[in-house]
Design a protein around this ligand. Structure first.
Ligand code: ZN
Length: 485
């Protein structure tokens, strides 16, 4: 048996003013064939899972390029086409292959391509022919289009949000693909379109946890091979955005269709009850002030670089500076210019610094503060589950008891080392604010008595009713009343 595996991933917020070219992939995460590290990252996990399985089973694995760009705005046509064609040329050169697998995010949009992954997979299918097994793993925040599902035999999505299971789901994908090739199973996929932009839920919250635990329990029994919930990514203005349920059975189409619809309707019934409270900035400070155990950790959900927005919003920094008696830390705020100035000044220096608020009109005002440079580093590298993430050159500055981490590479604040690597003692803080939607929660829960979510208003377009969609297929909730058949 001969398997090919490659990875091309980013998440496109079509409303974000941050263009993405090939250089954004090469600067973030780019490994030519065979050079992918031994540790998996979010969307390249199939490469590592396939590698481990090939060693174990002794089959032949041909690796293609693996690359990822931090979520941002539209991908350039040239950037997408050059990376797509690079991987497809590698696949062509690897022929004949029995199995072709891809690590994708699933919400990439490029100039002229509303469904990049559908385009890539349809072309891959043309190369390998109808008999080979084609499969893909996606982030659950994907647009699960009909075109891409039709091009594949097996599709597996992350189930957990925070995404703690990217490697485990990649192992599922590799296993299902191998069993399909051996003729042990005949994966049969059916999808139910929930026609909603707001079905997303968190699996670290009680309702979402119970639901996903039930899904896990259904898999591997009664002919159900796999169940995936595509939460969608509502910051992508594309026709097939929205929540979808995909059920894969062993050659039982009616069962797959019935279960997908049943689970889809359960998601709709769950509605907003699965969403935890989101605190306004002043409410967050008040909560920390009244708490009896610290630090109280808040995710600045609507300024998470993971959602394609800049990560340079100053709204919460401004609030923390108004409360100098509440010891706090916030980060990592994206500001390469401020980082460079801190590096030039050096640790221990006092200077006037202009911080954040530069990339979009909704990132809050840029802040001028007299700061002390506490620490600098050439590369702030932090863990996220089994992967390592670089925030680039970084600095910690303080104004009284408010510590601010500044970074030069846009990425989420996944874990406490974003602070502790720069000498910030989080146990001495009443409130810690991190630029992340939810991926921070697992790692911060280990050092904090409580995890919360913050609503600073933006810049992520989190309320579909306030967004001007042009390409979304209608009807869809909440834009249209009762869009369900
Ligand atoms: Zn995601």
């Amino acid at each position: 048996m001969r398997m090919f595996v490659g990875s091309l991933a980013t998440e496109t917020n079509t409303f974000a003013p941050l263009p993405v070219g090939r250089a954004a992939f090469e600067g973030a995460f780019y490994f030519p064939p065979g050079q992918h590290p031994e540790t998996p990252t979010l969307c390249t996990a199939p490469v590592v899972a396939a590698r481990r399985r090939a060693r174990q089973d002794g089959f032949e694995l041909v690796e293609g390029t693996s690359t990822w760009a931090e979520p941002a705005g539209l991908v350039s046509r040239g950037g997408y086409e050059s990376l797509r064609d690079e991987i497809l040329d590698q696949l062509r050169a690897a022929m004949p292959v029995d199995i072709a697998l891809f690590g994708l995010h699933g919400a990439m949009v490029a100039e002229g391509y509303e469904d990049c992954e559908g385009d890539l997979l349809a072309r891959a299918r043309e190369i390998v022919g109808p008999k080979a097994v084609v499969g893909a793993e996606y982030d659950l925040h994907c647009h699960l289009t009909e075109k891409r599902v039709a091009a594949c035999d097996v599709v597996v999505l992350f189930k957990e949000f925070p995404h703690t299971d990217f490697l485990a789901r990649a192992e599922d994908l590799v296993d299902l693909a191998i069993r399909t090739w051996r003729g042990e199973i005949r994966p049969t996929m059916e999808m139910f379109d929930c026609r909603t932009l707001t079905g997303a839920f968190m699996t670290n919250q009680p309702i979402g946890r119970a639901f996903i635990d039930r899904i896990f329990a259904m898999e591997g029994k009664d002919g159900i091979l796999s169940i995936s919930l595509a939460h969608g990514f509502s910051a992508g203005d594309v026709p097939e955005v929205g929540f979808r349920v995909l059920v894969t059975t062993d050659n039982d189409r009616p069962k797959a269709a019935a279960l997908a619809e049943k689970l889809g309707r359960e998601v709709l019934a769950m509605g907003r009850t699965a969403t935890p409270r989101h605190y306004k900035p002043e409410e967050a400070v008040e909560l920390a002030r009244k708490a009896t155990a610290w630090p109280q950790v808040f995710g600045d959900r609507w300024d998470s670089p993971g959602g394609g927005v800049p990560g340079d919003s100053t709204i919460m920094i401004e609030t923390l500076l108004k409360h100098p008696d509440v010891p706090s830390a916030i980060g990592a705020t994206w500001d390469p210019v401020a980082v460079e100035l801190c590096h030039a000044a050096g640790p221990g220096s006092h200077l006037w610094l202009r911080i954040g608020g530069k990339a979009t009109p909704v990132s809050g005002p840029t802040l001028d503060a007299h700061v002390v440079v506490k620490a600098v580093t050439d590369d702030l590298v932090i863990p996220f589950e089994q992967s390592w993430v670089s925030l680039g050159a970084a600095a910690a500055v303080s104004v009284g008891d408010v510590d601010i981490v500044l970074c030069s590479k846009r990425s989420q604040t996944f874990s406490p080392p974003a602070f502790t690597n720069l000498g910030i003692d989080l146990s001495k803080k009443a409130i810690v604010v991190v630029k992340s939607s939810n991926h921070f929660s697992a790692a911060f829960a280990r050092i904090a008595p409580a995890i919360h979510y913050l609503d600073t208003g933006g810049p992520f377009p989190h309320d579909p009713l306030k967004v001007t969609y042009r390409r979304v297929r209608r009807p869809i909730a909440p834009l249209d009343a009762n869009p369900w058949p």
